[in-house]
Write a protein that binds this ligand. Structure first.
Ligand SMILES: [Zn+2]
Length: 84
């Protein structure tokens, strides 16, 4: 792994944690759930870039899933609020 790759990996991990925190704070800090965030290729032809997929699973295994059409680093609290 080159140094540049290591930095990119670190950035991606950092942003994943950041987005997970945004989702959790939007849901309410005490809400027990699992939050998964992954970057994905958008299948919408009119969409220029990468998208992220968020999955929220509660303890009853009910799943909520949504996409945000932005790169991971561009996701803001307002995007989470709009999506949830
Ligand atoms: Zn898209």
């Amino acid at each position: 792994m080159t140094n540049t790759n290591a930095v990119e990996t670190a950035k991606t991990l950092w942003h994943k944690q950041r987005v997970k925190r945004l989702v959790r704070s939007r849901l309410g800090q005490g809400t027990p759930c699992l939050v998964f965030v992954c970057e994905t290729v958008c299948t919408d032809r009119d969409c220029p870039g990468p998208a992220i997929e968020v999955r929220v699973v509660d303890l009853g295994l009910r799943e909520r899933r949504f996409s945000i059409h932005k790169p991971l680093s561009g996701v803001a609290a307002a995007d989470i609020t709009a999506a949830l």
